[in-house]
Design a protein around this ligand. Sequence first.
Ligand code: HEC
Length: 99
Amino acid sequence: MKKLMLIATLGMAALYADPATIIKSKCAACHGQKMEKAALGKSAMVNTMSAQEIEEALKGYKAGTLNKHGLGATMRGQAAALSDTDIADLAKYITTTLK
Ligand code: HEC
């Protein structure tokens, strides 16, 4: 029984990407470690946005409907693999822990 619980826990840890890891591995190269840079010299500084704005932007890019600065296609590729939970977690993390 204990063994089964351990396997279940490890399985969940592997599936769940925490926002800190996502930012480090997928966002920081363009947006900076603290999401404080204008990505490719174009985007808003994401750490100045509200959680709601971040969430709406990421959902818009994922849906392919948002193109704020002419580089929406770049962000579409970045947002495509994010789940709605990832997006909500990122918005919360950026506006609380990261600040
Ligand atoms: C290849 C560089 C690159 C990477 C990697 C990247 N972004 Fe972006 N991001 C951009 C660019 C360029 C824009 C502006 C797109 C546009 O024209 O609308 C942008 C825009 C945004 C915006 C909206 C900002 C605004 O101007 O309103 C958010 C939020 C955002 N990115 C979050 C993220 C997150 C979270 C990740 C990691 C999952 C990420 N980005 C990864 C380049 C990148």
